[in-house]
Design a protein around this ligand. Structure first.
Ligand code: HEC
Length: 183
């Protein structure tokens, strides 16, 4: 009996550690996906700002951000961005995402570095991962408190329900959000 128990316990432990390994591998994959997505977004934004300024860059974000998200969603991953204050209503958080964003705000208040905030979960046969996006100085032209008149006008046309402004450098802007169906 004792022997059987030991076998059962060690089987259970093995399965726990296999799961932990799977989770680590999925987290690593998610981080790689985010690097590709963030890199592509950043170079598109930079290109837009440098060539024709903020209004043109808004148009580029409007047309390119969803395309880039789709292009970088490879190997079964679905990649996107969300926030408690969204510009594009398609980026509205679901229940889990909202909870994680609220936790990120609390962890930031408690002194954690925004650059390091991550969360993951397995839910309904899906692995989910989020990574915080801090507001930087380069974001203020379109997400800050004082937007230029042309920027305000273009945003009003493209995003009549825009909530993604009033941010200061160092604020939590939102998060990358990823999901992958588990086999
Ligand atoms: C040129 C203007 C501009 C600049 C600069 C800019 N953004 Fe945005 N941002 C946008 C637009 C436009 C959207 C909506 C894109 C879409 O329709 O998917 C957006 C969407 C987002 C979203 C997705 C959530 C949402 O609100 O819909 C995040 C997160 C975000 N931006 C973060 C940043 C960060 C971080 C920076 C600085 C590194 C930044 N942005 C700089 C214009 C800008």
């Amino acid at each position: 009996m004792k022997k059987l128990l030991t076998v059962l316990v060690s089987a259970a432990l093995t399965s726990v550690s296999v799961q932990a390994e799977d989770t680590r591998a999925l987290q690593a994959e998610a981080r790689t996906q985010i690097k590709a997505f963030a890199g592509a977004l950043q170079s598109t934004l930079k290109q837009g700002m440098e060539s024709e300024g903020a209004v043109h860059a808004i148009e580029l974000c409007n047309t390119e951000a969803p395309v880039i998200a789709e292009q970088t969603s490879v190997n079964g991953w679905q990649v996107g961005r969300t926030s408690l204050k969204v510009r594009n209503p398609d980026n509205q958080p679901d229940a889990w995402e909202r909870e994680v964003l609220q936790q990120f705000e609390q962890r930031k208040q408690a002194g954690e570095d925004l650059m390091t905030l991550e969360a993951s979960a397995t839910e309904n046969g899906e692995f989910r991962f989020m990574k915080a996006i801090p507001t930087g100085a380069a974001c203020i032209a379109c997400h800050g408190t004082e937007l230029s008149a042309p920027v305000q006008a273009r945003l009003a046309e493209l995003y009549p329900q825009d909530q993604a402004r009033g941010f200061n450098p160092g604020d939590l802007r939102g998060a990358f959000t990823l999901r992958k169906t588990l086999e």
